[in-house]
Design a protein around this ligand. Structure first.
Ligand code: DUR
Length: 135
């Protein structure tokens, strides 16, 4: 397995989710073997809440890491693999389409998908590299 699932499970315990009571943890593995963990951080102003995946990615980027091998995501859902929201998929895609996302269950089972499988035919940084107008 490319990513340790234990850190992601532990990170779920840090979730600040007084409104949804839905705990999520993420563990992001960089190309050079560092882990950045994240949890969801909710807010009384509902739409300011941040998902676990984006917390982990933001922590990594702000510490100088932008190439990722994998991210693992954990929740308390016993019967379903946790699946990242559309916003998180787009933020993952910003840093490449070919890295892995491990969707997990509390019993340790997981499903591995690439960012590209989760967000096919995506819009990304390359699409902005061509100048479309001359001003
Ligand atoms: O992949 C997911 C799905 C949901 N959430 C959070 C957002 C919100 O705080 C709570 C309920 O949607 O779970 C995540 O952090 N990651």
């Amino acid at each position: 397995m490319a990513v340790e699932l234990e850190p992601v499970s532990a990170t779920k315990g840090q979730a600040y989710c007084p409104y949804s009571k839905f705990r999520v943890g993420a563990a992001l593995l960089t190309d050079n073997g560092c882990y950045f963990k994240g949890c969801n951080v909710e807010n009384a102003c509902t739409n300011l809440g941040l998902c676990a995946e984006r917390t982990a990615i933001t922590k990594a980027v702000s510490e100088g890491h932008k190439t990722f091998k994998a991210i693992a995501i954990a929740s308390d859902m016993e019967d379903k693999f946790i699946s990242p929201c559309g916003a998180c998929r787009q933020v993952m895609r910003e840093f490449g389409s070919k890295w892995d996302v491990y969707l997990t269950k509390p019993d340790g089972t997981h499903k591995k998908m690439t960012v590209d499988e989760l967000l096919p035919i995506s819009f990304g940084p390359d699409d902005l590299s061509m100048k479309k107008i001359n001003n």
